[in-house]
Each structure stands twice: as structure tokens, then as C-alpha cells.
Design a protein around this ligand. Structure first.
Ligand SMILES: C[S@@+](CC[C@H](N)C(=O)[O-])C[C@H]1O[C@@H](n2cnc3c(N)ncnc32)[C@H](O)[C@@H]1O
Length: 280
């Protein structure tokens, strides 16, 4: 069987099954260790049997709706390759925009701040911030020790110096009397009742997804305790659900009446980022 036949056949099976047919190419590029131009140049060559067998095995996992990123074991984020597995959320594009905005604010308002990434998962936010702005001091936390292990591996692979804590939201920082200038978090924010795609609900860790009945449970917990760890001048940056702007603006005003509060839209024109500033 040629590469072309293998891809055409797999794409058709994926499409019929409600998957993304393009995943056939991604899988084959990975297994054949080829760049896409190289694959297309050799499209009518025979595929060796080992690759064919492995391809079929991984294709069957895709057909069960396992996300491609867990099958490959990585996802790219902000130009860096992060290990991912079933213990961590797969990085989403929106989160890159949160990171960009935080980097711009660090440039404008802080010098060598201490930044904490609460609910770090694979570590994409905190580790990318440190990679892009090495002068910051970064501490990443998660309630899942399995997630922290993944984040530590990513720190090592990316050669990033960072500290890690395991615990419930801000508790480990409070216990250790850590003071921070910036809190950044993409907490679980999906409403308990929301119906999700099979590939998300069956494979991604539930602990990374759901934020209680109204989805806002973790924002409340952070808002409630933030004063115990934040320095006088501070900022907080959160990813939020596209429909949570009004509720979170109200909640933020209630907890932080003297702060500047802003919600930004993402590239798809959805309200996706909440910023709370106290800069003097
Ligand atoms: C939406 S995921 C975000 C992961 C990563 N920051 C990202 O943007 O891809 C939320 C993370 O919060 C963690 N988490 C859930 N409940 C937590 C809690 N009570 N305290 C700390 N972390 C928690 C989950 O394990 C998960 O890694």
C-alpha cells in the first residue's frame, strides 16, 4: 500500500466516524518521521509494514475519539513543544492570547515580578512566561501531583527554572507565606451541567474542566484569598468562559472595588480574558 492509499483510506474512515480527516496526515508524518514536503514527494512509494501496523493501531485510537495530542504525546504552544498526557488538559489556542497579554503587561508595569500560575496542568502558561521573560520568578501549582510531574518534565525539556507546589488553589502559597506580584490562572470553568464533546469528556481530566454549578467556583476561591498573597501593587489574569464576562465583572467589582478591571476578547471576538490591576 502506498502513502497516498493509506492516507486516503484513513481520511475516509475518520470522516465517516465524525473525526477530523486531516489527523491521518498528522499521524503519518509523525510515524514516518517525514516533513510534509517529503511525504508528498514520496506519496506513491510503498509504506513499510512496521509503519503500516503502527499507523493502524493509532488510527483505531483516533476512531475511539482519543485526542490526537494524547496519541502523539505532545502539543505545540507558543512555539514550544509541551508533553501532554491523560493527566493534563490539552493546551488551547486561546490560552496563547492570555500569555501574550500578560507578557505585554509585565513589560509595561513590572520588573522581575514573582508570578504564580495556579492550576498549571502541563505548565504551558507559567513555563512559557518564564521562557519569554527570563527575569520573572515563576511558581506553578496544581492540585494534581500527576499534572505537576508533567509540568516538571516540560520545565526540564525546555530548560526553564521554576518552582512547583501541589495543593488546592492558593492554599500552598498561603501555607508557605509566598508573596506574588502576578496571579495568572486558567482554572476549570465549565458549568457542571454542560454537555461536552466525547473526545473532551472521555479523555481529558474532569478535574481540569468543571468549575462547579455556575462554572465560577475557582474564581471565587482565588478572589477570596488573593489578598493573603498579593503584594501592594499587583495584577491578576484569568482565562474565562465566553459567556462569563458579566458574572465575572460583577464578582471582581465586589471583591476588588478599588482595582481596574478589564475583559478582553480573543481572536474569535469572544470574551475570554479577565484582568484585574492594582498598579499604585
Ligand atoms: C483548565 S485546566 C488548565 C491547565 C493549564 N493551565 C492550561 O492552561 O492548559 C485547570 C487545571 O486546574 C487544576 N485544578 C483543578 N482543581 C484545582 C484545585 N482545587 N487547586 C489547584 N488546581 C486545580 C487541574 O488539575 C488542571 O490542571
Amino acid at each position: 500500500m502506498t502513502y497516498r492509499e493509506l492516507v486516503n483510506n484513513a481520511s475516509e474512515r475518520l470522516e465517516k466516524n465524525g473525526n477530523n480527516p486531516q489527523d491521518a496526515i498528522f499521524l503519518l508524518l509523525e510515524l514516518s518521521n517525514k516533513e510534509s514536503y517529503d511525504l508528498y514527494l514520496n506519496y506513491d512509494e510503498e509504506v513499510n509494514e512496521d509503519i503500516r501496523n503502527l499507523f493502524e493501531e493509532l488510527l483505531n485510537r483516533l476512531l475511539l475519539h482519543e485526542p490526537l495530542q494524547y496519541i502523539l504525546g505532545y502539543e505545540n504552544f507558543y512555539g514550544y513543544r509541551f508533553i501532554v498526557n491523560e493527566n493534563v488538559l490539552i493546551p488551547r489556542d486561546e490560552t496563547q492570547e492570555l500569555v501574550s497579554n500578560v507578557l505585554a503587561d509585565i513589560d509595561s508595569y513590572f520588573s522581575s515580578p514573582t508570578v504564580i500560575d495556579v492550576g498549571c496542568g502541563s505548565g504551558i502558561i507559567g513555563l512559557t512566561l518564564k521562557k519569554e521573560e527570563p527575569s520573572i520568578n515563576v511558581i506553578l501549582s496544581d492540585i494534581s501531583s500527576d499534572a505537576i510531574n508533567v509540568a516538571k518534565q516540560n520545565a526540564e525539556n525546555l530548560n526553564v527554572e521554576a518552582d512547583f507546589l501541589i495543593g488546592d488553589m492558593l492554599e500552598p502559597f498561603i501555607e508557605k507565606n509566598i508573596k506574588a506580584d502576578i496571579i495568572v490562572s486558567n482554572p476549570p470553568y465549565i458549568k457542571q451541567s454542560e454537555v461536552l464533546e466525547k473526545s473532551v469528556v472521555n479523555y481529558e481530566p474532569n478535574i481540569a474542566l468543571f468549575g462547579g454549578e455556575d462554572g465560577l467556583m475557582f474564581y471565587r476561591q482565588i478572589f477570596d484569598k488573593a489578598h493573603l498573597i498579593l503584594n501592594e501593587k499587583f495584577m491578576m489574569a484569568f482565562e474565562i468562559g465566553y459567556d462569563q464576562k458579566t458574572a465575572l465583572m460583577n464578582l471582581s467589582k465586589q471583591y476588588f472595588p478599588n482595582c481596574e478591571i478589564e475583559v478582553l476578547k480573543d481572536i474569535n471576538n469572544k470574551d475570554r480574558m479577565l484582568f484585574i490591576y492594582k498598579l499604585n
